[in-house]
Design a protein. Structure first.
Length: 202
């Protein structure tokens, strides 16, 4: 499985030295989180070259005009969608039971606090934590014990200001001890597994 080429790299425009970081790579695009709530879903055919940084072959105003999307929109993925929460289950179903039935169920979900603030998206799930990429270059490693509900979004039982006690350096090792670069490779592996599984069940 080929490794991710662009994940976690800085992104430049023709006239701007830094517009954000690559937080997701799919077969045909990169997702860039910029300052504040800025997000750009940029086709890979707009990349001029990539080394230490990724250079987009457009001026910044064109990137913003053509490819800016809401930070809260679902992140694109090559993976097949995860089955939704079963309707026949009671609303107070145990989270661990749900995860046992639907592995990696929190991956790619939006994360919000109890005061309705958007925190980011789940980029990695371990046995006891979720790794969330949020605004700016923020990353939060949040214990699953802080999750109070899971539906379209993961809801944390705290106010937005309290999330910052779980902020870590963006490039810090994952809770599993692996390099953060593993996130880029892991999603590609998961995408391949989903395609194989889908083909086998067809």
């Amino acid at each position: 499985m080929a490794s991710s080429k662009y994940f976690n790299k800085g992104v430049m425009a023709l006239d701007t030295p830094h517009i954000g970081w690559v937080v997701r790579e799919t077969a045909d695009k990169i997702v860039v989180f910029g300052e504040g709530d800025e997000r750009y879903d940029i086709p890979k055919d707009k990349i001029r070259f990539a080394s230490r940084n990724v250079l987009i072959d457009l001026p910044f105003y064109e990137i913003a005009r053509q490819y800016r999307v809401s930070r809260e929109a679902p992140l694109p993925t090559d993976m097949q969608p995860v089955p939704p929460w079963p309707k026949e289950w009671p609303p107070d179903v145990d989270l661990a039971t749900y995860e046992g039935r639907y592995p990696k169920s929190l991956f790619n979900k939006g994360v919000r606090t109890q005061d309705e603030e958007h925190v980011g998206h789940v980029m990695k799930e371990t046995a006891d934590k979720i790794v969330v990429f949020g605004h700016y270059d923020w990353r939060f490693d949040v214990p699953k014990s802080k999750i109070v509900a899971v539906g379209r979004n993961v809801i944390l039982g705290m106010d937005y200001k309290d999330v910052f006690q779980y902020r870590v350096d963006r490039n810090a090792p994952l809770p599993s001890g692996e390099s953060v670069e593993k996130l880029g490779d892991e999603e590609k592996s998961m995408s391949a597994d989903a395609r194989v599984t889908g083909g086998a069940s067809a």
